[in-house]
Structures are given as structure tokens and as C-alpha cells.
Design a protein around this ligand. Sequence first.
Ligand SMILES: Cc1ncc(COP(=O)(O)O)c(C=O)c1O
Length: 442
Amino acid sequence: MNEIRVPRPNNLDAFWMPYSDNKYFKGTPRLLARAEGMHYYTPEGTEILDGTAGLWCCNAGHGRREITEAIQKQAAVMDFAPTFQLGHPIAFEAAARVAEITPEGLDRVFFVNSGSEAADTALKIALAYHRARGEAQRVRLVGRERGYHGVGFGGMSVGGIGPNRKQFGAQLPYVDHLPHTHLPARNAFSKGQPEHGAELADALEALVALHGDTIAAVIVEPVAGSTGVLVPPKGYLEKLRALCTKHGILLIFDEVITGFGRLGTNFGAERLGVTPDLMTMAKGLTNAAVPMGAVATTNTVYDTIVNGVPAGIELFHGYTYSGHPLASAAAIATLELHRAEDLPGRAAAMEPYWQDAAHAMRSVAGVIDVRNIGLVAGIELEPRPGKPTQRAMEVFRWCFDQGVLTRVTGDIVALSPPLIAERQHVDRLFGTLAEAIRAVPA
Ligand SMILES: Cc1ncc(COP(=O)(O)O)c(C=O)c1O
């Protein structure tokens, strides 16, 4: 495989790259052309260690033959069939396989195509649920500062990232936010869940006092990934769960990055010991080989909506590609690998080594925090004076040019390798990162 060469494109103009500095990239392109196991390869064949599982998604490693063959086989059998008022066997099988590993009680699965669609779908299901049970006044959605739930209008609105919102003016109405849980003064260099901050969940009581019984749902990431690996303080999610139950509010976990073994369990809910009413997922669901996302709900949510009308369409929502045959095939094959190779178990077994390697970064000048859980770590750098984000971006580019893929958000380097990572990969990842932080000007 290594000898395969993929030519560089001649023209980089037409592709408007998402979430990218297009002008910089097109002047200095860094291209990935091929992938296998723990590595990407550039068009010239240079090996790049994948420290981010693509974008938190290729948990089983790249180029898994079992997944590729399942997709190829399904493409030959049936390329596409609608799931509106019709069905095809493989979508039902995929949903049943997902339901096998979701927390007990979260047994109904609505398929979408991305994490963003999963977030918007979960929010819509929450609204429809309250309406079906005669509480149509529950129209308010609560997210959290520094939360990321994709880029649809729903996810953007409940999300808590200023730059993601400010270009677009109008947001969803009736949205409020909890405070984020990042307390560096009290929790810096925490290993796993930090000690302090459970009381931040009490902010939900204040929102209930303000909004009364108009809150439909609270959506949070069990571990916030995109804003720099914010691990929930001990007791925080438990409190949030209790408050949601007390006030008749649905709790949605956005498990788009914490799902499928990343935290050493099937889902973050299991690792953190708190079960939501709805759960979104994507990315690792198909090992990212074909786009697919899903929302899992309790039977109560499903039954309330589905039995809420005597006949006819119960939920006026869905995507042409919900349960797409190729994505379903990829999901089934991925879940089979997940089970057969015990990917959550592999992550859990590697976690102590990973944690030690991550926290060894504390001795590198300029590192102001390290946080970790499962096979995720956030290494926060002292920002360059007056130029926030520049230092981490240069570290990212330096690592890439040395053959290691990292990810940065603000001045935080976020690492989340495929769950098949071995010690040598962990050593190389953190070793190169330490060199980069030393090499790049402060
Ligand atoms: C927690 C979370 N939710 C939603 C999304 C959006 O997923 P997508 O980019 O597939 O729309 C992401 C993407 O990183 C995510 O991390």
C-alpha cells in the first residue's frame, strides 16, 4: 500500500474549505491523500501519525478492510432506497445494532448524516415530545457556554462559541445557556474528572426560576471537545440530571465525540455514570467511512410522540439519506469491529499510559494546563502576548511538518488518536508535541 501515490490537485481554487483559513491553506497546502491504521500519507507518501482520529472519528483506525468491504458489498446490492414510508433491511439492522450498545432504555434510533443534524434533530424531538404530552409551552432550549453542537441553526444557537455565531445574526429564539465548567484556577492539571465545580449545575435552578416551566431540554457534551477538552467536574452531570428530572426537562447528551469507545466505554454516559433522555452521535458510528449520525431516545420519548397521533406521520422530520444503505453497512461493520476488538476496552487499557504521557507535558515551558479522560487530552499553552491562538496554530503546523497530526482550538492542543493506538504512537505524539512547543516562539 505504501507505494501508492495520489497526485496533488492542480487547482485548489474551487473547493471552499470549511472552517479553514482558505487563503493561507491555498498558499501552503498540507494535503492528506491516503490512510491506513494509525497513519495518513501525503500525496508524496510522507507518513503522518494521526493524533486526532481524523476529526475525532476514525476510532478503529484507518482503512479498515471489514468496513470498506461492507460498503462495497452494499453498493453492489442496493445503492439507495428511501426511508420515508418505505424501509430497507440494513437500516433496521443498523439501528438495532446501535441500540445494543446505547445505555439501557435508550433504544430508539433516528438516523441522520452528521453531528450537526443529530443536534438539531434531538432538539426538535425534545420540542415535539413536550407538545405531544400537552406541554406545548416548553419551547426553551438550554445549552452551555463553550458547548459545540455543530453548525445548524439549532446547534449553533444552543452552542456556546461566540465566533461560530457572530457572522450569522439571528439565532433560534428561546435559547439560554448554562455557564461552562472550565475553572483553571481551581482545577488545572486535573487527571480525569476535576474535583471542583459541581455547583455550576445549579445555574439550571436559576434558569428555571427565570423561565418557569418553559424549558424543553438541556443539551451538553459529556466532555466538551471542540472548545478544548473540558472534562465535567465530579458530581456536575449527576446534579444536572437530577435537576432536569425534578423540573420535567429532557437531558440531551451530545455524544458525537464521546461515543463509541473514546472514554473507555461505549458512550460517555456509561463512563460518567449519568444517563440522558436523548443522545446524539455521529463520527465513530461509521468510523467516518460514510457520513452518518443518529439520535437515540428513550422508549418514553418515542412512544409519546408516536402514540400521540392516531395515524399518519408522527414526526415531521427526516433526511433523504436517513439510514442510507451504505452508511448503514458501514455502521454495522464498524460496530462489529467495536465489539470484536473491544475498542472501548483498548482505550481503557491505554488510558493510564496516555494520562502519564499527557501530564508529563507539564514540565514543558509554556504549558499552563493538561486535562484528560479516556483517550482524549487537552494541552493548553500560554498564549503569545497580544496574539491569541497563533502559538498553538504554529505548533500544529510544526507537528504536521514533522509527521504528526494534532488539532488546535484557541491555544489548546486537543489530542484524540484512534483507539488502536499503541505505546509507541503515544510516545511519538507527545514527544513531537513537546519538541514543537519548545521550537515555536512563545
Ligand atoms: C459534540 C459535537 N457535536 C456536533 C458536532 C458536529 O458534527 P458534524 O461536523 O458532523 O456536523 C461535533 C463536531 O465536531 C461535535 O464535536
